[in-house]
Write a protein that binds this ligand. Structure first.
Ligand code: DGY
Length: 311
């Protein structure tokens, strides 16, 4: 029986499966364990099941001599120092595939919401501003038939592209790693980000990227907040250099309510809901526990994070 620290309660029955075989300490709060608590709990643990909100860095690993496996409940692993773990022979698990379609659904929901101005309409109804049916009120842009640039050639980008082509008759321009995005950006009505966060993609969406988009285009981000230079985005929105943006992810998370980005016009921000359905979060929990269980008996993890894959 190994000692495991789990940094949050998880939906479904996965943790019960873990607890049937190991000694499990689950952090009971809704917010992440503070760094000193995480350090203290991991110091004794052989298995760690963590979330994208937990920073698993070199220092934490240095203080965890018994740790044999890290299982991250996410398709990304940018919160884990994977190289430092590898140096110590600690495999890192992640939860790919199970959240692909759910996250692609959310990218589409954001695209529709920002282009068709759904939050504004909803707010207007509640504020008593809906006077009558008006020919020129709250007009948005069509999603069907539009041109979509998908930045990132991984699974989620592929699932978004499939929806766009098959369901909405859109023209999809795929931009893979190493491609110059500018020709696609120049033609896009929508730009959807699907790259992992890495040193290469941090700040990818900067002034120049935004300047390459037409002023009628919308940006959608369901990947990682730090891929977007948020100051540059706020400027572009304020100056009307792009039509709008819909973000499921920000940097930091949560974004403080007085953050300057939130004052920008034509912006939707969600609290990182990409994979947030009952079924998908339960599948993620199952995969994370499968990874942990395998690592604790020194078997290869069913989903081990190697080099940085595409989400
Ligand atoms: C992930 O798994 O990396 C997602 O961002 C969670 O929705």
């Amino acid at each position: 029986m190994a000692r495991c620290f789990v940094t949050r309660e998880l939906p479904g029955g996965a943790l019960a499966r873990l607890a049937a075989e190991h000694e499990v300490d689950v952090w009971p709060r809704r917010t992440p364990p503070p760094p000193d608590v995480l350090r203290e709990r991991v110091a004794e643990a052989e298995g760690l099941l963590c979330l994208l909100t937990d920073r698993v860095d070199r220092g934490l690993l240095d203080g965890a001599p018994r740790l044999r496996v890290v299982s991250n409940l996410a398709v990304g692993a940018d919160n884990v120092d994977v190289a430092a773990a590898a140096e110590r022979g600690i495999p890192v698990g992640y939860t790919p595939e199970v959240l692909t379609e759910t996250t692609a659904d959310l990218a589409f929901a954001l695209m529709l919401a920002v282009a068709r101005r759904l939050p504004e309409g909803e707010r207007a109804v509640r504020a008593g501003e809906w006077l009558t049916w008006e020919p020129g009120w709250l007009l948005g842009r069509d999603v069907h038939g539009a041109t979509l640039a998908v930045i990132g050639a991984g699974r989620i980008g592929g699932a978004v592209a499939r929806r766009a082509e098959a369901g909405f008759g859109m023209t999809v321009l795929r931009v893979g790693r190493g491609d110059d995005p500018r020709p696609a950006l120049a033609r896009a009505d929508f730009v959807s980000l699907h790259v992992p966060l890495s040193p290469q993609t941090r700040g990818l969406v900067d002034d120049a990227f935004l300047a390459a988009m037409p002023p009628t285009a919308y940006l959608v981000n369901t990947a990682r907040g730090a891929i977007v230079d948020q100051d540059a985005l706020a400027r572009a929105l304020r100056e009307g250099r792009i039509a709008g943006a819909a973000l499921d992810v920000t940097d930091p998370e949560p974004l403080p309510p007085d953050h300057p980005l939130l004052a920008a016009p034509n912006l939707i921000v969600l609290p990182h809901l990409g994979s947030a359905t009952h079924a998908t979060r339960e599948r993620m929990a199952d995969l994370a526990v499968d990874n942990l269980l395998a690592g604790l008996v020194d078997k290869p993890l069913p989903h081990a994070f190697g080099s940085i894959p595409s989400p």
